[in-house]
Ligand binder design. Sequence first.
Ligand code: SF4
Length: 504
Amino acid sequence: MKPKDFFKNETLLFDRQSGGELHVLNCFPNTYEVGMASLAYQTIFRLYASHPQTHAFRYFTNAQEFFPKELDLITFSISWELDFFNIFDILQKLQIPILASERDASHPVILAGGPVVTANPAPWAKYFDLIAIGDSEANTNLIIEKCIQFRRNDLAAYIDIPGIYVPSAKQEFIERAKSSNKEMQVSSVIAPDSVWQDTGLVEVVRSCPEMCRFCLASYLALPFRTPDLEGDLIPKTKMLLEHTKNIGLLGASVTQHPEFIDLLKFLVDQKAKIQVSSMRASTVTREMCELLVKGNSKNITIAIESGSQRLRDIINKKLPEEYIFSAAKAASEAGIKQIKLYGMVGLPHETDEDIEATKDLLMRLKNNNKTLKIIWGCSIFTPKAQTPFQDYGVDAKASDKLKNLIRALKPHGIEVRDESYSWAEVQALISRGDSSVGEIMLKAYQMKNTGANIYRKLMSPEDYRYFVFENWEEKTEYPWHMLLSDAQKRVLESHKQDALAKQQ
Ligand code: SF4
């Protein structure tokens, strides 16, 4: 069967350049449908493809734009730990050595960016020439300028770009690159074949001020940023509405934008079909839900993490139970049909009583809102670098806890959407790993072994346990130590102590 030509169905919303001397391949290590649903990837593509001195092309695992053999720069946008398999595969298909140390000046510069490598670049360091730490808007033009000047002849020349980590050079500290409020993002392509079909995406907030102790989306992108409604969000949204009625509002915690209700009112006036990413329960009101229903939304998503007040306090969720009930009531009364609650099992300091509390809360919520479909989306806690819970390992009993929840909730009409426990272990391994874990990633790829159990087999039991399960009590040097300032270390430690104090 002929591969589908995704690209011809798109509407490009920016002036794409094609005459520049720098040939750039923007790779997304997953399918076109997933890649074009990523506003971060769309932004990378726009930043490179709109620059007058570049000619940029896109590469997905199932679709590629026609690109020249001679490339100068290849970027990879990495959004989750398990992307490495596809990254190694793409490098191999492009006939580029996977190990950076085996490349020479004739090869393109290979750059990685995204939250996974911004949190902990250590397992990835052997495979990339440059790793972009932080917001891409802050340094892409500088990368282009340097690349025009040096290509791959002198990688150390890139170290003076803000947020650029050059694994082959000596850098004691790399400060994360941060963009301003003005540089928040909006779709640059309307893609009918994206997972967000034919939708214009708008970044409503960046980071989140709540600082739940496990949350990468908050800690890794601080400070919390909100673009101006009149001067920024409305003009951007109007531009999108000229091309599509479908608008997706994105951000770690969109409803915390101070003018979120006004943005919804504007979109309803424009007869837009609105989709919203996860909402914070304490901000959900009847008026907000009614506007969403007018905007054709039939469901909302709220992350509560746990039904236990004790555990929510430990993780700093700042979410009294009444807010969860009032959000569900507001949604139900406004005509929302389905509420998806996100949660986790295996959070640090979780006890069996906390699991019972989750069951109890969800059943009471269902009893109080009989017509509302309730879905419990339950993941397994995995530690993320540069958060206060970076020191905590995976709970080996998490799988049993999850099964216990599923058994209890299903008969009460609550659908549970769970995630694989084995892959949570692998995610934890990579998120806290060092270069030795990077070597295991490569071995797994070379064996073409796509199972989650291979990592355990390739490592000593002590090493596997250390990275995946162990609680790191007195860790002085993290694999990501070069990204932590003294001030950041103090904040992370004090927030960890705050959680410890609350569990006693
Ligand atoms: S409220 Fe949500 S986005 Fe904000 S810090 Fe907590 S988990 Fe992260």
